[in-house]
Ligand binder design. Structure first.
Ligand code: NI
Length: 421
């Protein structure tokens, strides 16, 4: 089935100018892009943009814990360690596989309605998370959060992560799997080496929290990544990296940093030196982190805050341009988790797309030169009219064609009540 976006604006992180085009989606891919002044290609379904809609790549939320939607609002306004130890971990102990399934689906509702087509999730009961993602028809990069605990827990968690990889890595083209040691403070360095070796043996990436707070920086050697044998795993994704030194002498070819500005601001962790990383040409993606530290799963918010805070703290309005932020929120995340040909609007690329309504007061004056800045500074998730993965609508004008919204919300409410009582 082919869908035609007739007379819409397109922009992505690689275009200096937006273009006004007809865009044809067929067999899950962007089949054709031609000027809106030419005759449109034929299609089964037509979305008529009349020059008042934009199509942008779907957002990739490069670091989150989806089921933590169930823990939103617990232990607000506390430092990271106090928040984790006193408020989050005791409640997480009460999560059942079913609760995680419904919590993940409720996160998926939220993400689809805000234009996210793919998310990188670190949690547990990842079988149920995979089931939730596949039932929605969404895309995700999954890793099992590996943490120390009773004897044998690290080993069992790694084994579970490897099982998840066997079952789901590459599944339906929608899922990839990474190994997910939670953080250096929850996984001893000796076991980090075991995980690094398993990543190399199984050709998997590694995704973990790194240098989120100043305290962590003070407790780890500067050459930690090298010491933990992590520098030569197939791909390394470092969430937060607030305190990673941009002068560090390592090769970043296979490393992506994930900037989570809202979570870092809310937990008072600090602000990563993003501009130094971009000057060094290091790949940086954007993530929300979990809904209990953000508290949204809204990539528009991450884009706007990213574009603003670095200008403010550096007293420099020309750094971190909107176009770079758009690229970080889309293409960079897809690339980090092994999804190729996703995150740009190009013929042959995968149709993971967001339809944005420009027929609104906040877009008056939008044109080819300024669409990216309008989206980042004046836009919000309230402008999302539709979200498509693999050429299929998963969200359109408030409806979720693949999901039962009422049931998901009811089940998530039940789960929330059960874990907090
Ligand atoms: Ni996190």
């Amino acid at each position: 089935m082919a869908t035609l976006f007739k007379d819409v604006w397109i922009i992505d992180g690689s275009r200096n100018l937006a273009e006004r085009v007809h865009l044809l989606v067929s067999k899950g891919r962007i089949a054709e892009i031609k000027s809106y002044t030419e005759n449109p290609p034929s299609a089964d379904k037509i979305i008529s943009g009349r020059g008042k809609m934009a199509v942008i790549p779907g957002f990739v939320n490069a670091h989150t814990h989806a089921a933590m939607t169930l823990l939103r609002g617990l232990g607000e306004e506390a430092p990271l360690m106090e928040w984790l130890q006193n408020k989050i971990w005791p409640v997480e102990d009460k999560l059942t596989p079913d609760y995680i399934y419904w919590g993940t689906l409720s996160a998926i509702l939220e993400m689809l309605s805000t234009g996210t087509t793919c998310f990188a999730d670190m949690y547990f009961e990842m079988d149920r998370v995979a089931e939730a993602v596949l039932s929605a028809g969404m895309r995700a990069a999954l890793c099992r959060g590996i943490t120390k605990g009773e004897p044998g827990k690290l080993e069992r968690s790694l084994e579970n992560n490897l099982d998840i990889a066997k079952k789901y890595h590459g599944r339906e083209g929608l899922l990839t799997v990474q190994l997910g040691p939670h953080a250096p403070y929850t996984v001893p360095v000796e076991f980090m080496k075991v995980i690094a070796q398993a990543a190399k043996d199984n050709d998997l990436g590694v995704h973990f929290h790194y240098l989120e707070t100043e305290g962590e920086k003070n407790s780890l050697p500067e050459n930690y990544l090298e010491q933990a044998d992590l520098l030569d795993v197939p791909h390394l994704t470092l969430a937060h990296s607030v305190y990673l030194d941009p002068e560090i002498k390592i090769d970043f070819e296979n490393i992506t940093l994930v900037h989570c500005p809202n979570s870092n601001l809310k937990l008072g962790s600090g602000i990563m030196p993003l501009n130094s990383w971009l000057e060094r040409d290091v790949s940086v993606a954007l993530g929300t982190d979990g809904a209990s530290s953000n508290n949204k799963l809204d990539m528009w918010d991450e884009m706007r805050v990213t574009a603003l805070i670095h200008k403010g703290v550096n007293k420099n309005p020309v750094i971190i341009p909107a176009l770079d932020v758009l690229r970080m929120a889309t293409y960079e995340g897809a690339k980090a988790f092994g999804f190729s040909q996703k995150g740009m609007i190009s013929e042959g690329w995968v149709a993971d797309l967001v339809l944005v309504d420009l027929d609104k007061p906040n877009y008056i004056g939008v044109n080819a030169e300024n669409l990216a800045t309008y989206l980042v500074y004046a836009g919000s998730s309230a402008d999302v009219a539709g979200t498509m993965v693999n050429g299929k609508w998963l969200y359109l004008h408030g409806d979720y064609p693949t999901l039962d919204r009422e049931e998901i919300i009811n089940k998530a409410v039940e789960a929330r009540e059960a874990i907090t009582k």
